[in-house]
Design a protein around this ligand. Structure first.
Ligand code: HEC
Length: 140
């Protein structure tokens, strides 16, 4: 490999790496699966978090609608978004998210009971959600 080719390869590699940092977070590819795995058990119609707050993660529109009291996402500002503060554990400790829960089997199926403590999402997942909000919380 000539020096020139090597140099070109290095430049291309660093451009590719720099590009990674600016990657657009996708709602459907990156964010929805995290919310589905960690929040949907309590935040879909009929489940405890939904009954108590009105907040559903069932669809993009539901997330943007927020709770009965208003929006929890401020597009463009993770710092100003209640949902991000909750998953960063910067909120009132009693409402940090996701809550722990126990599943209780009944003859009519299982019910979810929210626990008192909150779990912390992996840092990586929190960052993805915060970045998505900072990038405008788009339906992408
Ligand atoms: C075990 C059930 C449970 C899980 C899992 C859960 N929540 Fe909640 N959530 C609740 C309950 C119950 C409330 C009502 C407030 C309270 O009682 O703490 C609530 C309230 C909320 C609110 C409204 C807070 C407010 O200001 O009124 C948001 C936003 C929220 N949850 C987001 C999430 C997100 C995001 C996740 C996943 C990362 C999640 N929740 C996971 C049970 C849960």
């Amino acid at each position: 490999m000539s020096t020139r080719t090597l140099l070109l390869a290095l430049v291309t590699a660093s451009i590719a790496l720099a590009g990674c940092g600016e990657r657009q977070v996708s709602y459907s590819r990156d964010v929805a699966p995290i919310l589905k795995a960690n929040c949907a058990v309590c935040h879909t119609p009929g489940s405890p978090g939904y009954i108590k707050s009105g907040f559903s993660v069932a669809s993009y529109q539901d997330i943007m609608r927020g709770t009965r009291n208003g929006h929890v996402i401020a597009p463009g500002s993770a710092v100003g978004s209640t949902m991000v503060r909750l998953i960063r554990h910067q909120a009132d400790p009693t409402i940090n998210m996701p809550k722990n829960f126990t599943m209780i089997a009944t003859e009519h199926g299982s019910i979810v009971l929210p626990g008192v403590n909150a779990r912390q999402l992996p840092e990586h997942d929190v960052d993805i959600i915060a970045k998505w909000v900072d990038q405008g919380a788009k339906d992408n």
